[in-house]
Design a protein around this ligand. Structure first.
Ligand code: PLP
Length: 438
């Protein structure tokens, strides 16, 4: 596979864009050198890079594209709306249509507020919680990867340069499925914790009634419970993970798959909290909630409405789980076949799978992972460590992925046996996004 044009663009991009891309997880340090640097077209489950190479895409725009690239119903809705104008002086009627749709679908939603991305709505949830409780501390689940690029979260990571200590001191951490770690925080900081924020589930699901116990603890201590449903929303079930686990937060946040790749984030929640950001009611101080010029851009709302209707009418979440279940079984069978199952394992919830990679005696996990990705990508599978099945992925795409996976496992097996993985690996290893130095 030839990546000449990608390589040229890489040089240019790093000269004019810090990181060479506008999202860290799309960056060059997340993929092997022998990979597509830049994509120019997508259709269904496929993407084409600038050199004309074709790939089955399992990342789907950082999990934003649940229906598939260039999905007709969404594209048609966007084109129609865009010809009427992108942004007006007063809100579009679409704002009400989309809000009512969401309030009818999301169990915890009495009201909703829109934004352009997930970070804005999680930050808004934190701000509302602080205003509602009059408390400053935020309790975050330490085992979940990302909530926002804002300081309250980034200050809690190793990449905390530029975040004042005073802000860092306001974020405390607990562990998933460890209710004692939450209770300990509540006792250590009495009447100081405004909210608890976590994904209701990731690749790891709640155990021992964790979410129910969390709900009860939050009620007992007067803490706002926030579920970040950026990934689980409309994927676990059309009504989200809160519906599946039958535990309902005070506030919930959505983004990613809500508009099939278009830029829409949603804060949803209970009326008494959400209303603090309203323009009626005189019994409380006003909260400057979310207010941006492009907050409810018309064609993104049209995309979101069309996407949600399609997800609902076609029961897309059920389909995603079917594709994932088939992937998980077939790929783990290959690991066993090559005796690589102590190194590679596909795990998670069927609609949200990830690959765990271990080190060997000779090679660290980044070397193993980078080499494996290199071989897989070389066979036309665009994969960086997680699977985001979409409605456009079919069993045929699973079959092609299985063939490429088998090849990559065979190559990995050879290079481990011959102890020449370093010679066969082209370019530097992939690195974690969150690291102190480059
Ligand atoms: C669980 C979760 N919450 C929030 C965010 C932030 O969303 P955005 O990147 O749209 O700001 C992400 C993004 O990866 C996420 O995965």
């Amino acid at each position: 596979m030839n990546f000449e044009k990608s390589d040229e663009l890489r040089k240019k991009s790093h000269a004019c864009i810090p990181g060479g891309a506008h999202t860290y997880s799309k960056g060059d340090d997340q993929f092997p050198k022998l990979s597509p640097g830049f994509i120019c077209k997508g259709e269904g489950a496929y993407v084409w890079d600038v050199d004309g190479n074709k790939f089955i895409d399992w990342g789907m725009g950082l999990r934003s594209t649940t229906l598939g690239h260039g999905y007709k119903r969404v594209v048609d809705a966007v084109l129609e709306q865009i010809s009427f104008g992108a942004n007006f002086t007063r809100p579009s009627h679409l704002e009400v249509e989309f809000a009512e749709l969401l309030v009818n679908i999301i169990p915890c939603a009495d009201m909703v507020k829109f934004a352009k991305n997930g970070s804005t709505v999680t930050t808004a949830a934190v701000k509302l919680s602080r205003a509602y409780t009059g408390r400053d501390l935020v309790a975050i689940c330490a085992d979940h990867a990302f909530y926002s690029y804002d300081d309250w979260f980034i200050g809690s990571t190793v990449m905390d340069a530029g975040v004042p200590q005073a802000i860092k001191d306001l974020t405390v951490k607990f562990n998933y499925n460890d209710i004692e770690s939450v209770e300990n925080l509540f006792k250590k900081y009495p009447n100081e914790i405004s909210c608890v924020i976590l994904e209701p589930a990731t690749e790891i699901e709640p155990k021992n009634n964790f979410l129910n116990k969390l709900r009860s603890l939050c009620d007992a201590y007067g803490v706002v419970l926030i579920f970040d449903e950026m990934i689980t929303g409309f994927r676990w079930h059309i009504k989200g993970a809160q519906y599946v686990y039958n535990v309902f937060p005070d506030l919930a946040t959505y983004g990613k798959g809500i508009a099939n790749g278009f830029s829409v984030g949603v804060l949803a929640g209970k009326k008494d909290i959400m209303n603090l950001g309203g323009i009626n009611g005189t019994d409380h101080e006003r909260v400057f909630l979310i207010s941006t010029t492009h907050g409810a851009e018309n064609h993104s709302l049209a995309a979101a409405i069309a996407s949600l209707r399609e997800l609902q009418e076609k029961n897309v979440p059920k389909y995603l789980a079917k594709i994932g279940a088939s992937l998980r079984k077939e790929l783990n069978d290959i690991h066993k076949k090559y005796d690589l199952d102590s190194l590679l394992h596909v795990y998670g919830v069927d609609c949200r799978l990830a690959l765990s990679v271990n080190a060997t005696d000779m090679y660290d996990m980044f070397q193993v992972k980078t080499y494996f990705l290199q071989e897989l990508i070389g066979r036309g599978i665009l994969f960086s460590g997680y699977f985001s099945p979409s409605f456009s992925h079919t069993i045929e795409h699973v079959k092609k992925t299985v063939e490429a996976w088998d090849y990559a496992c065979l190559q990995l097996k050879y290079s481990l046996d011959k102890k020449n993985l370093e010679d066969k690996l082209v370019g530097p290893c992939v690195k974690p996004v969150f690291r102190k130095y480059n």
